[in-house]
Design a protein around this ligand. Structure first.
Ligand code: COA
Length: 306
């Protein structure tokens, strides 16, 4: 049995905040942000549940399906609307689903974690035939707008895909990792804002993602040359460049959105996936590598035959 992605959908709030807008409220500049992070603007003003509903509905539409076709909802988020219920419940109601639903919090690696969880459940006897895997985060609500070290990086967004049993498509290998000892370098307490040691996160992210990609490719018995499409967590273009250089994956195979979205946390990989789809590169049989990292610290790499 194999599992394919039958439809991709995304959502971004309409309000756009440019680097020049940020320079009005803090000591920064468009030039600095572009050079250090590769970001020009980001969308803000989103609510995790609302963006999740929109992205989920768009994925259903792309797959030409109605909500009754979905057997399970997996939502990854680290900015839930409420402490409980899970925001998956709100999205479940918003879309009009009739199936199980749960939240995953693996921060920016959440979408890839959700993908593996969903895939594993689909493999169980009697498991779901179709899963709606959504990543939605509204990190602009958790940012300290006086902290130029973090406020420039994050934005709001959601991305979703319908996973379905099919003879096309396969998860060839995956690598999931975490190191809770690194929690202090990136965290957000209840009722507080994001705290981040930027340089340390940068260094650890490059190291973790590089190792994770090598592990997953090794497990799949593939080399970097075999990979057709690279979808990396959209945190900083310099992290993407550093990972590509260390893994021998050419930048030309990456599909990036961060220039206009910033870091949308768990939504970045499905947003990049939609970009790749628009570019026409997600054809059946292509080897697609996805890798995310985030607070925890967590990381996750998937090697998929499309
Ligand atoms: N505008 C202008 N100057 C800024 C600035 C901003 N927005 N933010 C920091 N600076 C200043 C610093 O104060 C420092 O000045 P100093 O040398 O006088 O002390 C200088 O720029 C360099 O700061 P530093 O933090 O070392 O810069 P950096 O090159 O590491 O870039 C980040 C900062 C945050 C862009 C970068 O570290 C990064 O992207 N880290 C990873 C973060 C991440 O991906 N988090 C999400 C993980 S899911």
């Amino acid at each position: 049995m194999a599992i394919r992605i039958a439809g991709i959908g995304t959502a971004l709030p309409s309000k756009v905040l440019t680097n020049d807008d940020l320079a009005q409220i803090m000591d920064t500049s468009d030039e600095w942000i572009r050079e250090r992070a590769g970001i020009a603007s980001r969308h803000v003003g989103g609510l995790t549940s609302e963006m999740g509903v929109e992205a989920g509905n768009n994925a259903l539409k792309a797959a030409d399906l109605t909500p009754d076709a979905i057997d399970l909802l997996v939502l990854s988020t680290s900015s839930p609307d409420q402490r409980f219920p899970g925001t998956s419940a709100q999205i479940h109601a918003g879309i009009g689903l009739d199936c199980g639903a749960f939240d995953v919090n693996a921060a920016c690696a959440g979408f890839a974690y959700g993908y593996v969880a969903a895939y594993g459940m689909m493999m169980l006897p009697g498991g779901p035939d179709r899963v709606l895997n959504i990543g939605s985060d509204a990190l602009s609500t958790l940012v300290d707008w006086e902290d130029r070290g973090t406020a420039i990086l994050f934005g709001d967004g959601a991305g979703a895909c319908v996973m379905e049993r099919h003879d096309q498509g396969e998860l060839l290998a995956f690598d999931l990792g975490a190191d809770g000892n690194l929690a202090p370098i990136l965290y957000c307490e209840h009722g507080d804002t994001i705290h981040m040691a930027g340089r340390e996160v940068f260094k650890r992210a490059v190291r973790a993602v590089t190792a994770s990609i090598k592990t997953a490719l090794g497990q799949a018995g593939l080399t970097p040359d075999d990979v057709d499409v690279v979808l990396l967590h959209q945190a900083n273009i310099r992290i993407i460049e550093a990972v590509c250089a260390r893994t021998s994956l050419p930048m030309s195979k990456t599909h990036n959105v961060l220039e206009t979205t910033g870091n949308t946390s768990t939504a970045t990989i499905p947003l990049a996936m939609e970009r790749a789809e628009s570019a026409g590169v997600l054809e059946p049989g292509k080897i697609v590598l996805m890798s995310g990292f985030g607070a925890g610290m967590t990381w996750a790499t998937l090697v998929v035959r499309w």
